[in-house]
Design a protein around this ligand. Structure first.
Ligand code: SAH
Length: 258
């Protein structure tokens, strides 16, 4: 059995209990060395074989994993955050299916959750935004044109932008041309939950200069939206007048919400 495991955003104790057990029991770990906290590897047993996929091709990763599985070993493929975002797991899963090898996924805490925690932010505030757009600037990996930053900016929903710290001037320009005021609150969260975490609050118009002043060039998320400061509506769920499945409110109209 091969398990894709989410390592969490950085802090060693933000892996799930299941993920930790899988690391402890693994015979082989292939970890994404560019971002996974190497401290997590000390959870592995003394005989565990450990490979850093940052130095390997997809074919080399597949060779290690399939050979291990065929030898009856427990193989963990350790990805940063949660493997479902920018994890390149689909191509690995497809290759495993072709080789008739079964696999499972153990989710992890994504860095966009770690960034919210660092900011003390709620991405979905009533009356402000009820949606989160997770996206990236096009870089060496293209982004479909219909998913341009401008087109998402037009929604004025909360945005969390991955993999774009090297393109902040361009990002600002796209956000502004898409409809965000340049004074819209923004934040750069560098290495969320790592000991060296930095939380830089700024505006859509000052992203590039803010990152430059702190020498932040990679491993950061950009959060954009009016959820970062200002007014919002109180939640209905905890409003005394509001009736829910679990609590009768003073308003006898009997509304229900999830
Ligand atoms: N699967 C991962 C994302 C991998 S893509 C997840 O769920 O978080 C790599 C990008 O994620 C980085 O370029 C950066 O934009 C972001 N990232 C990963 N870890 C981060 C962290 N601890 N703090 C801020 N951004 C992080």
């Amino acid at each position: 059995m091969i398990t894709f495991v989410g390592a969490g955003p950085g802090a060693e104790d933000l892996i799930t209990v299941r993920g930790q057990r899988l690391l402890q029991e693994a015979d082989i770990i292939v970890y994404a060395g560019s971002l996974v906290n190497p401290g997590l590897l000390s959870m592995a047993g003394a005989d565990c074989e450990i490979y850093n996929s940052a130095k390997m091709t997809l074919e080399e990763v597949m060779d290690v994993m399939t050979a291990g599985e065929r030898a009856g070993k427990k193989v963990v493929r350790l990805h940063t955050g949660d493997p479902c975002l920018y994890g390149a797991i689909r191509e690995q899963m497809d290759a495993l299916e072709k080789a008739d090898i079964s696999y499972e996924v153990c989710p992890g805490v994504s860095s966009f959750c770690g960034a919210a925690a660092a900011l003390g932010a709620e991405y979905t505030l009533p009356g402000v935004s009820q949606s989160v757009v997770i996206t990236r600037m096009a870089g060496r990996t293209p982004v479909p044109e219909r998913e341009s930053i401008q087109s998402f900016a037009a929604h004025q929903a909360t945005m969390v932008i991955f993999l774009s710290t090297g393109m902040l001037k361009e990002l600002s320009a796209e956000l502004i041309s898409g409809g965000y005021e340049k004074e819209t609150p923004a934040a750069i969260v560098y290495k969320a939950t790592w000991p060296e975490e930095k939380v830089l609050r700024c505006t859509v118009g000052t992203l590039a200069e803010t990152a430059a002043a702190e020498n932040v060039t990679k491993t950061a998320l950009i959060v954009v939206g009016r959820i970062l400061e200002g007014e919002y509506d109180r939640s209905k769920l905890y409003d005394p007048s509001f009736t829910t499945e679990f609590r009768k409110g003073s308003d006898t109209a009997g509304q229900k919400t999830e």
